[in-house]
Design a protein around this ligand. Structure first.
Ligand code: S3P
Length: 421
């Protein structure tokens, strides 16, 4: 596909619902006793894969546009699926399912697409095994023999909300307490939602303690816009001259807002209004205006709060004067693709001065760049980041697979070109 260029970006966008919260609302809704109405659900391929898996386990789920109704069957109401559960491209579906399925009284198999089959699952299967889980393989397909679990005291070895959530979910089924110690705070949507549902869970600083829970009560979910999707427009508005973009109703949970802090550090003109809280989640309208950016260093504890945004932050760095160093971001290597390698390969094609490091990249920005024929590696966030990058390049660019954006943002290109009109 040729990437059409716009010359200014103006307007308001309601980005689609948060992917992490949409997954959790379906999964936890399925385990409640009642009916959960989810408004603003992300109809992206990843969250639809979650719905499909729970339907295969007997859960009645209705989808009407962006409203999803989950008819929960209780903590012990899932049925053995007659087929392998297929999670597509979705790491969240795969890893969180391991936590739920390890403690069932039936067996399951899980697999996904070629990318998911290469992503490490040992990071969930190993700590789950300490709880007594029986999961065969460290890569998909995974074969889970449902069994009785027991609580553990676990120090996280990787800052991952997917690992943490898998352990919390298993902890709901385990005998005794499960205590999870985080060293870096990762997104806490599971903790917030489970607390609202009355689970036996408490958070004490960096520690989470969960005990077995027989009943979860259903709570209706109004899902805010995904800050990881808003990120593409935040960077577009900042780097493109004569631009002003407002992103309405975006989730600004503090475990997710690293991108706002970093863009502000880089000199971006960003303001947030209408800040309010719904079901424990903080929400606001974000406005970004054309800005002069300068390079910065990004590393340490902030990384988990912006991990999915690093490809688009790298785009901001290209148009920032000076050097940007991204470090402590080795987790990027095990995302939908190796995002360090993918960003460096594709950016190099445009004449960008970028170097791959063991845990990130170094970008010398503020120089003119030219268009190129880009590869997305089937990665939705690469497709959207490269589209923003191409806007500011001299000449034409192409992208090999724009469709993969539908994993998290099916209307991305429509929304994008609306801003240019
Ligand atoms: C997610 C956690 C993050 C993130 C992913 C969604 C979640 O992954 O990259 O897109 O919903 O818990 P990790 O837990 O592997 O860091």
């Amino acid at each position: 596909m040729n990437i059409t260029k716009i010359t200014k970006a103006h307007g308001k966008i309601q980005v689609p619902g948060d992917k992490s919260i949409s997954h959790r609302a379906v999964m936890l809704g399925a385990l409640t006793e009642g009916t959960t109405e989810i408004k603003g659900f992300l109809n992206g391929a990843d969250c639809l894969a979650t719905i499909d898996c729970f339907r295969k386990m007997g859960i009645n789920i209705e989808v009407k546009a962006k409203t999803v109704t989950v008819h929960g069957n209780g903590m012990y109401g899932l049925k053995q699926p007659s087929q392998t559960l297929y999670t597509g491209n979705s790491g969240t579906t795969t890893r969180l399912l391991c936590g739920i399925l390890a403690g069932q009284n039936f067996n399951t198999s899980i697999t996904g697409d070629s990318s998911i089959q290469k992503r490490p699952m040992g990071r969930v299967t190993k700590p789950l095994a300490l709880m007594g889980a029986q999961i065969e393989n460290e890569y998909c397909p995974l074969h889970i023999t449902g069994t009785r679990l027991h609580g553990i005291d676990y120090h996280m070895t990787v800052a991952s909300a997917q690992v943490k959530t898998a352990l919390i979910l298993a902890g709901l089924y385990a005998d005794g307490a499960t205590t999870i110690h985080e060293t870096e705070k990762s997104r806490d949507h599971t903790e917030l939602m489970l607390s609202a549902m009355g689970a036996n869970l408490s958070v004490n600083g960096m520690d989470i303690i969960v005990k077995s829970t027989n009943t979860l009560s259903s709570v209706n979910a109004d899902i805010p816009g995904d800050i990881s999707s808003a990120a593409f427009f935040m960077v577009l508005g900042a780097i493109m001259p004569n631009s002003e973009i407002t992103l309405t109703n975006v989730g600004i949970n503090p475990t997710r807002t690293g991108i706002i802090d970093i863009l502000k550090n880089m000199g971006a003109n960003i303001s947030i209004e209408n800040i309010h809280t719904s079901a424990g989640e903080c929400i606001g309208d974000i406005t970004v205006r054309s800005s002069s950016l300068y390079g910065t260093t990004i590393g340490g504890n902030i990384i988990p709060t912006l991990i999915d945004e690093l490809p688009i932050i790298a785009v901001a760095a290209v148009f920032a004067n000076g050097t940007t160093v991204i470090k402590d971001a080795q987790e990027l290597k095990v995302k939908e693709t190796n995002r360090i390698r993918a960003v460096v390969n594709e950016f190099t094609k445009c004449g960008i001065d970028i170097t791959e490091t063991t845990d990130g990249m170094i970008i010398n920005g503020g120089k003119a760049i030219h268009g190129a024929d880009f590869k997305t590696y089937g990665d939705h966030r690469m497709a959207m980041s490269l589209t923003v990058l191409a806007q500011m390049a001299d000449g034409q660019s192409t992208i090999d697979d724009s469709n993969c954006a539908c994993v998290s943002y099916p209307d991305f290109f429509n929304d994008f070109y609306k801003l240019g009109k």
